[in-house]
Design a protein around this ligand. Structure first.
Ligand code: 26W
Length: 834
């Protein structure tokens, strides 16, 4: 919420000003061409004939941004005027993807821009490829936040996204000789035309030091005072988030850390030049780089500083805007609904208590009521190693006032639990915000649940498992606080932008209602037996495969067989996502072809993509395994025309936009009970890919929507996995029982698939035969069965096209618009049908 002119009517000159500007910002091809030439001269500072593609991209970016600005200002003015309730989405990650073409799509100026480029003899896609991707996220959680920003604005939900403006985003991935190599992501190298610094919003955040308590001589009440060791300046950078064709523009406010005083002349004059900028260096490290570990907490001090820094800046910003509108602080929760994107910003609960009690001098009870009414907490993972637990020493030294507040929250909470569950000491210990077993820790998930009005998982199964297992005690204490909101993805980027030919085909038969009401895709079912339409459908798929093939040829000099089945697994590399199960299956196919047992295999292209956290050696070995299998089958004359295995480097949002439309088979093969939801599965479905997968996360709901006959199911269910775990799982038994699995594992052990190298994969073979935490051995045979079924049906192109069409037709539920409607209804209490 900008501290706009608080509802004053624009003066005469102003209106003429805006109309004049509006005139300039016309969206015709001519208007865009003129604006392009003007920005090339005025903003880029070059005559157009001397400009390079990057200059041309930047000139285009600036003119598109111009056309967002008016809507941005009118949106803010209407929010202030109507004193609306605002959703604040606090996330340590926003995986936005490139802006240019998305903004053009949402503004409805893509065609005009294309025409303007033709007249200027440029290719718009070529210009767009110049945009450095803002990779301010690791994977699912970060991308979900970006999809939600698009849907909130398209549904006209007053919202602000709050996060960190990392100077370096997710690392760039190079694959060198089958091994991942990381390179720093200099996305800000040439500046960023999509952000605007908001100097009026600068905040100051304290760290370290100690607290002092004094007695208020009048009330005798204790007053807490935090004496920090140092403070850091938080500078806001705002990125406009345009809605789809509704002139709404919400704000993404990302915070950059700067030294209070970036240069200490006194120290400098004493000749300590490095000392003079030490503060600057130290402070700026806070927003320097995104932490790459996904789903494994590192307990690093800097990570906690990042989390507290952006959360404190954001809450202080809300309080500042609240006061600017002269609203009583007691009404804070009526104005702001703050959603915690996992526990990463959950320190915000203690921070709001600090602000309300220490700075606004509101009594503890009232402050707590406001705090609980303000926050909602979304959990995105069940993996124990991903649940954040901060060692007390780190926490207490960085945030001495907050640990006091958390102790007080805990004291009062445990008192309630002791009353609610008398004598149940074990439960009290499990629920305590402070873990006492071994080194003392602050349990951030417990704090998030205790300090929030609502807690939700991100898919039906996940939300059930949260209630039955991870947060069982809390569910039994506060059953009405738990709900589910199944994830969704925005059809604007993941369908309309990713696959214009499919969009055109859908518009042709359905009109355009589906753009903002994806359930309208159901209309496609009328064409499921229309041979002519199915023909068009297949053609569209071949086109998308052709486009991806061209890109792979250009970027990797590898040619793909468009007639082959494109079998795709793209997501972060992790044992529970089981990219190694996929690779072992391919080795099984290899063995069967080599033995002559498998003759008529329809040719397959296996595409893999995804980054491994730099310190996650096992995941890096999984990448090496995939690349080694690719080498093997690609070189072998018996298999090279039947099997192609490719690891496409540097998987990202823009690469995803190329891959999802081209996929035939969508690999969703995680161990049941481990993938909270998955969102890639939804992007594949929308683009007509058929899924092969387990009953895990959102796969279950996808199968419910599309029909079990249009989904290749395999594997143990979550209860079966839990059962086996309890009964004691011996992976070697499955190796013994399955001749194919034994041949594959023995081959791997003996170096048969790796030119005799027996060492590289020894750790993987050992783990899978001895431990196999994710039941790869147990699911191998059933997976191979489902795979061969998929292969058979793929040969029946009519049957396959019907399944493909039905996946798109029944993907309506998985639009992030549906998810946001549910958040508004069940958690944020924002009524949309006004
Ligand atoms: C502390 C390190 C860390 C970093 C990120 C722990 C956990 C995370 C995220 C929660 C991991 C993540 O991205 N989870 C994914 O969230 C998606 C959006 O809800 C889900 O669809 C995926 O199933 C889930 O793995």
């Amino acid at each position: 919420m900008q501290d706009a002119s608080h509802g004053q009517q624009p003066s005469e000159t102003e209106t003429s000003g805006t109309t004049a500007i509006a005139a300039q910002d016309n969206r015709s091809a001519d208007g865009i061409r003129l604006a392009f030439l003007r920005h090339m001269r005025r903003t880029i500072g070059k005559p157009v004939e001397f400009s390079n593609t990057l200059d041309q991209y930047r000139a285009m970016a600036h003119l598109v941004r111009d056309r967002v600005m008016d809507d941005w200002i009118t949106t803010v003015e209407s929010y202030v005027q109507h004193n609306v309730r605002v959703v604040c989405y606090l996330s340590a990650e926003f995986l936005l993807g490139p802006h240019l073409l998305n903004a053009m799509l949402n503004l409805g100026i893509t065609d005009s821009a294309e025409k303007a480029c033709d007249e200027l003899h440029y290719s718009l896609t070529q210009l767009a490829d110049e945009e450095p991707e803002p990779g301010l996220g690791n994977g699912g959680l970060g991308r979900l936040a970006a999809c939600y920003m698009d849907s909130m604005t398209t549904l006209e939900v007053p919202a602000v996204g709050y996060g960190l403006r990392y100077e370096f985003g997710i690392f760039r991935q190079e694959i060198r000789d089958g091994w991942q190599v990381e390179h720093s992501d200099k996305w800000l190298e040439y500046g960023n035309p999509w952000e605007i610094p908001a100097s009026e919003a600068t905040q100051h955040v304290s760290f370290g030091g100690h607290t002092e308590t004094t007695k208020d001589e009048k009330t005798g009440e204790l007053i807490w005072k935090w004496v920090p060791a140092f403070t850091v300046k938080g500078v806001a950078y705002d990125t406009p988030i345009p809605g789809y064709r509704n002139k709404q523009v919400n704000r993404l406010r990302l915070w950059k850390a700067e030294a209070e005083d970036s240069f200490d002349l006194e120290i400098f004059n004493r000749g300590d030049y490095m000392g003079a900028v030490r503060d600057k260096m130290e402070s700026e490290t806070i927003s320097k780089v995104l932490y790459p570990p996904d789903e494994t907490e590192q307990g690093k001090r800097l990570r906690l500083m990042q989390q507290y820094f952006f959360t404190s800046c954001s809450l202080q910003d809300m309080v500042r805007l609240h006061k600017l509108q002269k609203l009583p602080i007691e009404k804070f929760a009526d104005k702001w609904s703050v959603q915690l994107n996992d526990t990463h910003p959950s320190i915000g609960i203690a921070e709001l208590m600090r602000i309300l009690t220490d700075e606004e001098e509101i009594g503890w009870d009232e402050a707590w009521t406001i705090t609980q009414a303000t926050f909602g907490y979304t959990n995105h993972t069940l993996l124990p190693e991903a649940l954040e637990k901060w060692p007390l020493p780190i926490f207490a030294s960085l945030l001495p006032r907050h640990i006091e507040i958390i102790y007080e929250i805990n004291r009062r909470f445990l008192k309630d639990m002791q009353a609610k569950f008398p004598g149940d000491t074990a439960r009290w210990a499990r629920m305590s915000l402070i873990g006492e077993d071994g080194e003392k820790q602050v349990r951030m998930a417990n704090l998030a649940v205790v300090g929030s009005k609502m807690v939700n998982g991100v898919a039906k199964l996940h939300s059930e498992l949260l209630k039955e297992d991870t947060l069982k005690d809390f569910y039994e204490a506060f059953p009405n606080r738990f709900t589910n909101v199944t994830n969704g993805v925005t059809p604007r980027r993941w369908l309309m932008l990713a696959d214009p030919p499919l969009t055109a085909l859908l518009n042709e038969v359905l009109g355009t209602a589906w753009h903002t009401d994806l359930y309208a895709l159901r209309g496609l079912e009328d064409y499921v037996d229309d041979a002519g339409f199915l023909d068009k459908w297949r053609k569209r798929q071949e086109e998308s495969k052709g486009r991806l093939g061209d890109f792979i040829k250009r970027s990797m000099d590898v040619s793909l067989n468009p007639a082959s089945m494109f079998d795709v697994q793209v997501k972060r590399i992790h044992e529970y996502k089981r990219q190694h199960l996929n690779a072992l299956h391919i080795l099984g196919l290899y063995c069967r072809i080599k033995s002559g047992e498998l003759k008529d295999l329809p040719p397959r292209t296996f595409l893999f993509g995804g980054k491994a956290a730099p310190s996650y050696t096992y995941a890096k070995l999984m990448i090496k395994l995939v690349c080694t299998v690719g080498e093997l089958v690609g070189k072998d004359p018996q298999t090279k025309d039947l099997l192609r295995v490719l690891f496409v480097p540097d998987y990202s949002v823009s690469l995803g936009q190329r891959i999802y439309p081209a996929a035939d088979l969508s690999e969703q093969i995680s161990t049941a009970g481990k993938e909270a939801s998955g969102t890639g599965c939804m992007k594949f479905m929308m683009n007509g890919a058929v899924a092969i997968g387990t009953l895990d996360g959102a796969n279950i709901e996808i199968r419910e929507e599309v029909g079990e006959e249009n989904f290749f199911l395999f594997g143990l269910t979550a209860p079966q996995i839990a059962e086996k775990q309890k009964a004691g799982y011996r992976p070697r038994d499955f190796y013994e029982k399955s001749p194919l699995l034994r041949e594959v594992m023995d081959g791997l052990r003996d170096g048969r698939f790796s030119n005799g190298d027996r060492d590289t994969f020894a750790p993987l073979v050992r783990d899978l035969l001895e431990v196999d935490r994710y039941f790869v051995m147990a699911d191998f045979d059933d997976y191979a069965r489902a795979q061969s079924e998929a292969g058979k049906i793929f040969c029946d192109s009519k049957k396959w096209s019907r399944m493909s069409l039905l996946n798109t037709a029944r993907s309506g539920k998985f639009s992030s618009d549906r998810s946001i409607r549910e958040y508004c209804q069940n958690i944020w209490k924002i009524n949309l049908d006004r």
